[in-house]
Ligand binder design. Structure first.
Ligand SMILES: [Zn+2]
Length: 237
């Protein structure tokens, strides 16, 4: 039996949540996470911090409102307080913020699903390459490149990724920006551009929505956490 929660964790107003139909948003109960994973298997992998599962699912932790990789170094939450998602975008769509310790944006790309895999994987790679960034880019055009209809693409994503192509594109843009914030000293405006955002303003809005704080604050934390990593100076002298 599935128990679905209709919304994400409390305390995050403005977050959208996916509709609680099907085996989504499962907390402390059995059920399918993806075509190849179920709750029990994810739970075992999370508690064992099994690196073989890294990138194959993400864990939403209800009391904290944060989502993690299976390898997160933070003490594991109780199984009754977690839910599992097949993609980072799905966890974000359910209202969870990325963990600042295990950094979901650095997880490898190895989703766990089968059936229609080729189309979904191709779509994800195209989105990763920027197929939905910038003007003139649309889900319709993406579907056309894949040789399928936009509605069919939407259905495939709902089933296997549990997030729409647009939600995935948003997550990927924020992830690109987060990696640049952590590993370079580039100005935030330049990062926004490189990550695929239409404007600095849009970047600041979306980033704050996903992380619950502005990019500058994340960069400070990142710098403090990794004092050994040299930052590239963008200032021309
Ligand atoms: Zn974590």
């Amino acid at each position: 039996m599935f128990i679905g929660f209709g919304s994400g964790p409390s305390g995050h107003p403005g977050m959208t949540s996916i509709k609680a139909s099907g085996p989504y948003l499962l907390f402390g109960v059995g059920g399918a996470v993806s075509a190849l994973l179920d709750f029990a298997e994810c739970d075992r992998a999370r508690l064992a911090r099994d690196p073989a599962y890294d990138g194959r699912f993400f864990t939403g932790v209800r009391p904290t409102g944060v989502y993690c990789r299976p390898v997160c170094p933070v003490r594991p939450a109780r199984s009754t307080n977690v839910g599992y998602y097949p993609s980072a975008a799905a966890a974000e769509a359910a209202g969870f913020r990325p963990c600042l310790r295990c950094r979901p944006e650095t997880a490898p790309f190895c989703p766990a699903w089968n059936g229609s895999r080729t189309t979904v994987e191709r779509a994800l790679r195209l989105i990763d390459e920027g197929a939905l960034d910038g003007e003139g880019c649309s889900v319709d055009a993406l579907a056309e490149r894949l040789g399928i209809g936009a509605r069919h693409l939407a259905r495939l994503f709902a089933k296997h990724v549990q997030a729409s192509p647009s939600q995935v594109a948003k997550t990927i843009r924020v992830q690109r920006a987060k990696r640049l914030l952590d590993t370079t000293g580039l100005p935030v405006a330049e990062i926004a551009l490189q990550a695929g955002f239409a404007s600095l303003r849009r970047f600041n809005t979306v980033f704050a929505e996903v992380y619950g704080r502005p990019p500058t604050e994340i960069r400070r934390r990142g710098s403090n956490a990794k004092p050994g990593i040299p930052h590239i100076s963008a200032r021309v002298t």
